[in-house]
Design a binder for this molecule. Structure first.
Ligand SMILES: C[S@@+](CC[C@H](N)C(=O)[O-])C[C@H]1O[C@@H](n2cnc3c(N)ncnc32)[C@H](O)[C@@H]1O
Length: 390
């Protein structure tokens, strides 16, 4: 496919999203109907679609509307592409610019800060400005770009340098990242990771660097009884198991189906993690992890559709649920044990305010609290470690 045909495909896919079709489904549908498209074409079209979703507000302003065509015009303009050579109408290229489009595109481009402002939902912008303070502008700019890909080195299987060499031998170039001693940032070959031997043999897992740094805060040791209360696919439980292979780790989720991959992932990593059905939990864990359901605002570079779907009502529901889960999880901590609360959110209502309210209302003490933003290199993330007040 030509670069222009890839833009035309992105336009068609973005138009499909307007009725609420999820991007992944629209991309799959397009892929099935486009057998002529090679893997490079598919990757490029996907990147266009996700670049637009991340910057939907500013690209709509730059391109003059919310249609697929206007958004892609905004993308092309933001990326400094030569519109005249792409929008030709020849072959599979998008139709030439209309006079109205050409006149709109001749207007001056707003400054970068004003554009980045547009890429947050309007209702959330004041909250983010207050929560991020002096970092607001820089974080907003960072959130418009693609997220880096990080790997967690499974220290139970090899040290970081050895794993880096094994990956390099398979064409995956990485560099150590300062956020965590287990973190490697992938600089080349990201699409090869899941088929690589290093991945299949459990030397690495895909995990954001901030999540890795948060897990490093946890005082986990051999013999400890640990509960991952909101285990989902088990990313945090696996990271904990790598830190303390002799800890007794149990994974739980209100939706047990979400834990279905844990046995396979644990076997790959050589980790021991048992999954526990709701209602079969113990009461005396030395450490309970709560990786709470949240807005996911810290990960919106990877899941940009979620940014535009979040509503004030949904955020309020999530905050209520987080407070409730914290209390349920705290009831399972043994005397002298610890509770770790985490979110992948940038919002204080889910982070510092939630943690402070829990401490105030229950008498638990906060030992440590850490907030990560994309300025640290990884996703937005939050962790607060507590011990019981008595
Ligand atoms: C942020 S995800 C967990 C991600 C996971 N820890 C990981 O690292 O891959 C939050 C999880 O909390 C679960 N959850 C939601 N409400 C819950 C509840 N009341 N009790 C336990 N788990 C809950 C969801 O099903 C979801 O899997």
């Amino acid at each position: 496919m030509t670069p222009a045909a890839r833009l035309a495909a992105a336009i068609a896919i973005l138009d499909q999203l307007r009725d609420g079709t999820p991007a992944e489904r629209a991309l799959t549908n397009w892929g099935r109907a486009s057998r002529f498209a090679g893997s490079g074409d598919r990757a490029a079209v996907r990147d266009h679609v996700f670049d637009v979703l991340r910057c939907r507000g500013s690209f709509a302003a730059l391109g003059g509307g919310e249609s697929g065509r206007a958004l892609v015009l905004g993308l092309a303009r933001a990326q400094g592409l030569d519109l005249a050579s792409l929008f030709t109408g020849e072959g599979h290229a998008p139709a030439p610019l209309t006079e109205a489009e050409a006149a709109r595109l001749a207007q001056p481009v707003p400054d970068a800060g004003a554009l980045a402002d547009l890429d947050w939902p309007d209702w959330l912008r004041p909250q983010l400005q207050a929560d991020l303070g002096a970092d607001y502008g820089a974080v907003s700019a960072r959130m418009r770009a693609r997220a880096p890909v990080f790997l967690r080195v499974n220290l139970a299987r090899g040290d970081r340098a050895a794993v880096q060499a094994a990956l390099a031998a398979e064409g995956i170039a990485t560099r150590p990242h300062p956020l965590a001693e287990t973190a490697l940032e992938v600089i080349e070959g990201a699409r090869r990771i899941q088929a690589s031997e290093a991945y299949r043999e459990g030397l690495v897992e895909l995990q954001d660097a901030a999540s890795q740094a948060a897990i490093a805060l946890v005082p986990v040791a051999a013999g400890m009884r640990v509960l991952d209360f909101c285990a989902g696919g088990g990313g945090k439980a696996l990271a904990l198991a790598a830190c303390a292979p002799a800890a007794r780790i149990e994974a739980h989720d209100v939706d047990p189906g979400r834990m279905r991959d844990i046995p396979v992932r644990a076997a790959r990593a050589g980790a021991r993690i048992s999954t526990v059905a709701p209602g079969r939990l113990g009461r005396e864990y030395d450490l309970v992890l709560v990786d709470a359901p949240c807005s996911g605002s810290g990960t919106w570079r990877r899941t940009p559709e979620a940014k535009w779907r979040l509503t004030p009502e949904r955020l309020e529901t999530l905050c209520t649920l987080q407070a409730q889960i914290l209390r349920e999880a705290a009831a399972r901590v043994a005397p002298g044990g610890r509770l770790l609360y985490m979110t992948c959110s940038l919002l204080s209502v889910e982070n510092t305010a939630q943690a402070a309210a829990f401490a105030r209302e229950t008498g638990w003490h906060m030992d440590e609290e850490r907030r990560f933003t994309p300025l640290d290199g990884g996703d937005g993330f939050f962790a607060a470690l507590f011990h019981r007040g008595d």
